[in-house]
Design a protein around this ligand. Sequence first.
Ligand code: IMP
Ligand code: MG
Length: 182
Amino acid sequence: MNDVNLNPETQTDVSKLEVLISRQQLQERIRELGQTISADYKNKELDLVGVLKGGFIFLADLVRELEIPCRIHFLQASSYQDRKTSSGVVRLSHDLQLSGKHVMVVEDIYDTGLTLQRVFEDLQSQSPASLEICTLLSKKIEGKVPLDVKYTGFEIENRFVIGYGLDYAERYREIPDIVCMD
Ligand code: IMP
Ligand code: MG
């Protein structure tokens, strides 16, 4: 685990942390993703599955850039608890029924890929008409679980980031930019 320079027990002033991706950059890239996805799914209806909690802001912004009809769902995935490295155990919770639908998983970050792999396999077992992954961030790290991720917002170095939905110990999700914690 990396050194923690923010105290998980108290809300710390984050204004001095490095901004990795600004709110303007996020807005522009999400607009592009929305246009690409709308073109790819022209004349189709899309069932989006947001992965809670980290994907909630990305999904909310992405759907407002879509020009196709869609339905919005969520599932809960948790693996990290209050730590900065994955525990490797991914728990899922949902009551989705997506047989025959065009489904897109919307996730905050593809780190090791354990979470997305678990979600993908779980939803694939429901026999959707199609199943794709859209992730806002993807970390450049060795030994990721290989996944066919069709839509990626930004590739980032192996830093621990917070903001725009991403947390550390359930805090800092509300920060409008993506900032580095280490
Ligand atoms: P993976 O299973 O290792 O790919 O991790 C995916 C999950 O870990 C994401 O959905 C995030 O909730 C969390 N995560 C991974 N990296 C970060 C990070 O840099 N900041 C905050 N959360 C992260
Ligand atoms: Mg998290």
